[in-house]
Design a binder for this molecule. Structure first.
Ligand code: ZN
Length: 418
């Protein structure tokens, strides 16, 4: 399936954020002069402008003339950017960065970046002025992956909630009317046991309804469900197929948890850590399994920049596999005799001079064009209806993609012999 035109995938957007953040982290200011502002979706733009105006006037108290000028310039630049927005920030908020960064030799450069709609909503307004930009909250958002359903229960109480990335959100709870094991006088033992089982069954149904209401509408976004509680409650609950069948299929595992109040949801996430890590990597693992199968026994594997690029251009690539940790640029060298070469260089390295692979003519670095390798490849992919998958390096075959295959591979639609 190809992404809709003009709408880059979540993975691709994350990569673009990642790249900007890595650049922003490299910068520092000689004084406390780099401004970062986190704007949550419910903050009015006019309030942000008012805050920036206030900071601008307070900055006049800064003793160092250079720092004062730099801070005020940064704030002016941010105000200029805010003019492009109406009353409301974008849907998930935005983050603004501006400041005079050191470029060496006592010189500075004015840098302004606006990141709209980060992977998660900006939670609260933050104004931060420092010798570095504040990138940590954004970095946390990028690390966070996945949406999971959480259920904890025993025979008395149950809680359901979400795990979004690393954040636990308790949502609903229920308590049962299941009587204790001690029966009252005058009740027959048999009748008491039957009533108790009925009450337990009713309670499991109630918990399942609570989970269904919450999780079924999100079942296509849901990466899995964890169920926790003491034995045998959680086992009875799962074995009894109380949950909606589509949810039942999403259960990643059941875990012993002592508490079934809200704190039990947190315990459940701790207990299920390994299952969660596996689930997060499942899709990446499957892609790499397919790649290696094709590499060893099939004809549909391609890898390395040149080969994968050729196949992409032919429209022969079904899925483009790119290592999340690939940090290279494509340098295009046009020699005076009309030959074109492409070389990959590290993103932080300077462009080297180049000898044309066809005629041996030297192409100087300043005549070369340079573009981020991932942007280059994903653009080609988008033009040919190829799906791009970013592959984590947190498992062995993912690491191999980066180290043994240059971080670039693909699974073909048909064999091309390239
Ligand atoms: Zn040449």
């Amino acid at each position: 399936m190809s992404e809709q035109e003009g709408e880059p995938s979540e993975d691709r957007k994350k990569y673009e954020f990642q790249k900007v953040i890595e650049d922003l982290k490299e910068y520092s200011g000689s004084g406390t002069q780099l401004v970062t502002i986190y704007v949550p979706p419910d903050k009015r733009i006019s309030d942000v402008v008012a805050h920036v105006t206030q900071e601008h006037s307070e900055a006049s108290n800064i003793k160092s003339k250079q720092t004062r000028t730099n801070v005020q310039d940064a704030l002016t630049s941010i105000k200029d950017r805010l003019k492009y927005y109406g009353g409301e920030p974008p849907e998930r908020g935005m983050v603004l960065f501006s400041g005079a960064v050191d470029t060496g030799g006592g010189r500075t450069d004015m840098v302004t970046e606006v990141l709209e709609n980060p992977p998660q909503s900006v939670e609260s307004f933050r104004y931060h002025c420092d010798s570095e930009f504040l990138t940590e909250p954004l970095e946390h958002m990028l690390e966070d992956k996945g949406l999971y359903g959480l259920i904890v229960l025993d025979r008395r109480e149950a809680n359901v909630g979400w795990l979004r990335g690393k954040r636990v959100e308790p949502v609903k709870s229920a308590t049962s009317l299941v009587p204790g094991k001690q029966r009252k006088g005058g009740q027959s033992a048999q009748r008491f046991a039957r009533l108790r089982l009925e009450a337990i069954d009713n309670f499991y149904q109630e918990v399942a309804e609570m989970a269904d209401d919450l999780f079924v509408p999100e079942r296509h976004n849901l990466d899995g469900i964890l169920v926790g509680g003491p034995s045998p409650t959680k086992d009875e609950f799962l074995d009894g197929d109380y949950l909606h069948h589509e949810l039942q299929d999403k259960v990643l595992g059941k875990f012993d948890v002592s508490y079934t109040d809200e704190s039990g949801l947190y315990d459940l996430v701790d207990a299920g850590e390994e299952a969660l890590a596996d689930a997060a990597l499942m899709e990446d693992k499957n892609e790499m399994e397919t790649f290696f199968e094709e590499l060893h026994g099939g004809e549909l594997a391609t890898y390395g920049f040149d080969q994968t690029r050729k196949n992409l251009n032919m429209g022969a690539v079904d899925r483009l596999l790119i290592s999340e940790d690939l940090r290279e640029d494509v340098v295009v060298y046009e020699c005076p005799n009309g030959h074109t070469d492409r070389e990959l260089v590290d993103r932080r390295a300077d462009t080297p001079d180049h000898e044309c692979s066809t005629c041996g003519e030297t192409v100087e670095a300043d005549e070369a064009d340079r573009e981020d390798a991932i942007e280059h490849l994903t653009r080609l992919a988008d033009q040919r209806g190829t799906e791009t998958k970013f592959i984590s390096t947190d498992f062995e075959k993912g690491e191999q993609l980066l180290n043994a295959f240059g971080g670039i591979a693909g699974i073909l639609r048909y064999s091309t012999g390239v």
